[in-house]
Design a protein around this ligand. Sequence first.
Ligand code: GLC
Length: 428
Amino acid sequence: MLKPEKTPGNTNWFVQDRFGMFIHWGLYALPARHEWIKSKEEIHDEDYEKYFNHFNPDLHDPKAWAKAAKNAGMKYFVITAKHHEGFCLWDSKLTDYKITNTPYGKDVLTPILDAFRAEGLKVGLYYSLIDWHHPHFPIDIFHPYRNSPDAAALNKNRDVSKYTEYLHGQTRELLTNFGKIDILWYDFSYSDRPYNNLPGKGKDDWQSKKLLKMIRKLQPEIIINDRLEIDQDLKTPEQYQPLEWVKVNGKPVVWEACQTFSGSWGYYRDETSWKSPEQLIQLLINSVALGGNLLMNVGPTGRGEFDSRALSALTVYGEWLKKHSRAIYGCTQSQYTAPAECRFTQNGKRLYLHILNWPFKYIHLEGLAGKIEYAQFLHDASEVKWLEQDRIEGNASLASGQEKNPVVLEIPVTKPDVTVPVVELFLT
Ligand code: GLC
């Protein structure tokens, strides 16, 4: 079986846990039409200020969030301490642009981290390298002021090294004042994206090398993602499904797909592209079947709650995982090739066949002749019978077109009442 390359951070727990919750929460929950709204609609600071002045998530209950994550089967979580808009969810000493200065008036980061830790989840912080509020962040391709006629002139008064000092200082705060942080999730670099002579930004702007050194000193075990433009412990394919185990220089690495329920990351009231239960479960299976994790995002509302659509999507995971956890946690890509419209995950001598599209009565398995000791559905432990070549000689319909020693599972005509049924194969 493939094993990911070793990295400086501790990923041992991470590749077992497989499933986490992403939380995108900031001022953009109020306009409720995308976390990039300040950039997309080119909103200037004075006009964005109204969201700061009205941010008051009075229903926020971190324990309820943590419970919802735990019940959904999530084992870790990552929250946006600061997103691109620059607003900070903690009481940073380095800025006034923080939650303690809104009408809400309280730090939320400590209570959130405490609540998730109390439910047994590992904790991660997302930090945006981009900052559309900081006065020294030079205007670039994504900045709300990019089309201002005086953009280049404004940049004359912006000194990226001052911004970078702030980014390093805030990182230090986050890794010093909040206990053990398991994951640090930076976002993102784009040094190859100039716009109208406004350069993009990457590792030289962030001083990534120096930053990494400081982080490893403060929290040696921490898992750091790949978006500082220097690969560390984790590759992060975003909103797409890799077709094979993610590799760097041809070698398999630790990876995590991040996905949304409906397309945007922040709370988006009118979005209609919510994923179906089958899609939600398949995203998780597809990641683990290729040796990866899934980080599934929730965008809480401006009052501080997970809305009903998010809660029902989380319930889909919780119900399925209650019965199928063995096929996910501790599992990885199998050495065997799954049949069409199925996926394999494997944990030692247990091989899990996830049946994505319910077929008619038979499933042919290659390379497993003589290797199966017992088979059952995972959701109800009901026996699944199988035939091997020697016992199906002469039954052309079963054996035709198959390799020499196929194993043929006999499955019921009716799909069991679970989102994705799984057959647990006990290998000899
Ligand atoms: C993107 C977006 C962002 C989101 C992130 C999550 O880079 O900028 O809104 O936070 O992806 O991966």
